[in-house]
Design a protein around this ligand. Structure first.
Ligand code: ZN
Length: 257
């Protein structure tokens, strides 16, 4: 176990777990966070201002995040806000919580399920490196044994299918596209935003439903101007379009033309 380190990472995974909640006894879905070998760690100590001066070293292993706190950057935005059914910030600490009673789930209760799940899902290419920069001044990590590797998937990958391509316009009048992907296995949606030349600007995975997709598109300040089916003859793409239009209308979007 790596105690009391600072962590700086752009390689991390949300691992879905399902366990019996020690608080209410119900089976609950939550999640654990696993960071990857390229993550940087260094010794944290009481004088937190020194942290930036110390040399960072690569973790060189996958590790389960037992505890994460202290000074943090982006943890609230990229973990707690996005996966609010699974995590909470309490007393400056990231906690996995029960979806039913909201009680925190201790690392002792989630560790082995999350670590086993990480290996199992990773081998099936069902994990996505979130690739968003996180920093925390005090973390405790449990490293996987050497040789642990996973088949990492990005987008697009076999598990996600491209459903819709939407022409989009930013408030500044720039044009681009928003691609909507769906994974039947994971039962979630992902979007990829591309600029005018097709350069990927951002990708966002793990939306449980289309309302989340619509909210993200709207948060990015984008207006959708046209929807195209990825495969015109596919009934799945047509279904995705109908559901997406319905969700857009529900969110207050008006369809012109
Ligand atoms: Zn509970």
């Amino acid at each position: 176990m790596t105690h009391n380190r600072s962590l700086l990472t752009k390689e991390w995974y949300k691992v879905p777990i399902s366990i019996d909640c020690p608080g209410c006894g119900a089976q609950t879905r939550s999640a654990g966070i696993v960071v990857g070998p390229s993550s940087l760690v260094n010794a944290a100590d009481s004088s937190e201002n020194d942290v930036l001066k110390r040399p960072w070293t690569p973790l060189d292993a996958f590790a389960f995040v037992e505890s994460l706190g202290g000074r943090t950057k982006n943890v609230e935005q990229f973990i707690v806000n996005r996966f609010h059914n699974a995590f909470e910030f309490r007393n400056d600490h990231l906690l996995a919580i029960c979806q039913h009673c909201g009680e925190s789930l201790s690392p002792a209760a989630t560790r082995s399920v999350a670590m086993n799940g990480f290996v199992r899902l990773g081998q099936r290419r069902l994990l996505v490196n979130e690739r968003m920069l996180l920093f925390a001044s005090h973390v405790v990590l449990t490293e996987f044994h050497g040789g642990t590797s996973i088949e990492e998937s990005g987008l697009p990958h076999p598990d996600y299918a491209l459903m819709l391509i939407c022409d989009a316009e930013s408030t500044g009048g720039e044009t681009g596209t928003v691609e909507l992907w769906h994974s039947i296995a994971r039962n979630d949606y992902a979007i990829t935003v591309k600029g005018h030349e097709g350069r990927e600007i951002c990708r966002d995975t793990l939306h449980d439903d289309l309302a989340g997709v619509v909210a993200t598109v709207s948060n990015l300040g984008l207006v959708l101007t046209q929807l195209h089916l990825a495969q015109p003859s596919s009934p799945y793409c047509r279904l995705a379009r109908d559901l997406f239009l319905e969700t857009l209308a529900h969110a207050g979007y008006r369809q012109e033309n």
